[in-house]
Design a protein around this ligand. Structure first.
Ligand code: PMT
Length: 192
């Protein structure tokens, strides 16, 4: 069972890592399961669970100037993961007890000091309004809100329809390819 990005392809995170490396940044990409190619000049840490992603992100953030959190991290994980195949004749499988995962974006934001932390918000309705609430709740500098109800935006697509929501305002972007959106986000980061 995979707990990170089960609908996410990793395209958005890989585009961000690739564009940042092209601009000369030293990049650590913390990546859940995907078969996509890793961009050149990017250090990649492979993870499978939300807990592994938390640990890798905290470790990379120690020496970083900024963090961008584009992963679709599971909000809950099984309380007692099995280390063997569960047989329905022997085990109760109609209920799995879950515990909340740590919010990585909020955790990095809590320790960011004057560094920049940018998160994403996957929304299907009230996109900007919900992103504003996430910005306040998570304590990051900006939220890239994407409308994942559209066929040309969100999980697994090559393009994204997004709004940049920050404490200074909201900027609606046209539908962009993920590398184009990554470029726009990195412009925002470099000019902040
Ligand atoms: O990988 P692709 O196929 O290209 O798809 C890209 C994407 C749709 C995954 C990406 O554009 C996107 O929207 N990523 C965020 C998805 C998400 O989980 O959003 P959320 O609204 O549930 O979470 C808000 C923010 O909190 C996100 O930055 C998320 O990384 C972060 N989070 C959530 C839960 C958690 N335990 N830790 C977190 O850090």
């Amino acid at each position: 069972m995979r707990f990170i990005g089960n609908r996410s392809s990793g395209k958005m995170g890989i585009a961000l890592a690739g564009e940042a490396a092209r601009r000369g940044a030293t990049v650590t990409l913390v990546l859940g399961p995907t078969s996509l190619e890793i961009p050149r000049d990017v250090e990649c840490v492979r993870v499978q669970t939300a807990a592994e992603m938390l640990q890798a992100a905290q470790s990379a953030f120690q020496a970083a100037d900024a963090a961008i959190c584009a992963a679709a991290v599971a909000d809950y994980t099984p309380a007692a993961p099995a280390d063997h195949k569960l047989k329905k004749v022997n085990e109760r499988l109609d209920r799995i007890e879950l515990v909340e995962t740590v919010d990585i974006l909020a955790e990095l934001s809590r320790h960011k000091g004057n560094r920049c932390v940018i998160g994403f918000a996957a929304e299907t309705d009230n996109v900007v309004e919900y992103a504003k609430r996430k910005l306040a709740r998570k304590g990051c500098d900006a939220i890239i809100a994407n409308d994942v109800s559209r066929a040309d935006s969100g999980f697994g697509t090559d393009t994204n329809k997004a709004w940049i929501v920050s404490t200074t305002g909201v900027l609606e972007l046209p539908v962009l390819t993920k590398p184009q959106l990554a470029d726009t986000i990195l412009d925002l980061l470099q000019n902040s």
